[in-house]
Unconditional design. Structure first.
Length: 257
């Protein structure tokens, strides 16, 4: 039997990997969007989690909802509540939520919002699955690219990351969509834990950007928690694609332009 899957955040980094996998698996896929788009191999459904416009129609008939949309914490809790209310009124589909490793142990407002969203889902009365993952490879490259006009690239000292490829996470979410609700899934961690500065040097070297990388001590509770490794999943290093493989792919794509 074909499963109807609604994806929020389907146009983001993770969504762009996830949606084609769901289509290839034979699901009837809907992707929530705020505006009309060109036809694709999936159905675009227009709706807005901030206002609630169109959300009832978007969830109607969906057996699985994969909620990966985020506003970096600003409106995540309200948006999740809107989605839960619409889903509860539409027949209680399986709600799958994409979250982050260590959110209760890192003093960031974004992480607090993610934890609040998890609690809403757990208490929603809906069948649910929550999947946490470590940071995506793209986060490291984005931090470096944001400093591309500076004479050096600065990274936090004594901080390591365990980045994971979005395709590894997308594969897992596609598997979850095909199965029963599972509650809290084991965390997904990238294949390697590496110092932030080392990751930056790997990326800059791969793309040929000659730039010194400087490790600097950063203050604050969040940095303390990062230095303690509260965002890592060392015992769940299940990702398949290393950061070096990821940046090699970026370099190859740039050379092919």
């Amino acid at each position: 039997m074909t499963t109807t899957v609604l994806v929020t955040g389907g146009t983001g980094r993770l969504g762009r990997s996830l949606v084609p996998r769901l289509v290839a698996a034979g699901h009837e896929v809907r992707v929530l969007t705020r505006r009309h788009r060109e036809p694709a191999a999936w159905e675009w459904v227009v709706g807005d989690l901030d206002t609630g416009r169109g959300i009832g129609a978007a969830v109607a008939g969906a057996q699985v909802i994969i909620h990966s949309a985020t506003t970096n914490g600003r409106g995540d809790v309200a948006a999740t509540r809107t989605l839960i209310d619409a889903a509860a009124a539409a027949g209680k589909p399986h709600l799958v939520y994409m979250s982050i490793v260590g959110i209760e142990k890192v003093a960031l407002s974004y992480y607090r919002a993610k934890a609040d969203c998890e609690r809403l889902i757990e208490g929603s009365g809906l069948p649910w699955t929550i999947q946490r993952a470590t940071q995506f490879h793209d986060l490291i490259t984005a931090v470096c690219d944001a400093q591309r006009r500076l004479p050096v690239t600065m990274m936090p000292s004594k901080v390591s990351f365990q980045p994971i490829d979005v395709t590894d996470v997308a594969d897992q979410l596609a598997d979850i969509a095909a199965g029963p609700p599972a509650g809290r899934m084991p965390d997904l961690g990238g294949p390697q834990v590496r110092a932030a500065a080392e990751l930056a040097r790997s990326y800059l070297g791969a793309i040929g950007r000659r730039r010194a990388v400087v490790s600097i001590p950063l203050p604050g509770k969040a940095m303390r928690d990062y230095r303690a490794g509260n965002h890592l999943a060392r015992d769940r290093a299940v990702g398949q694609i290393t950061f070096d493989e990821f940046v090699a792919r970026i370099a190859a794509e740039r050379e092919g332009r």
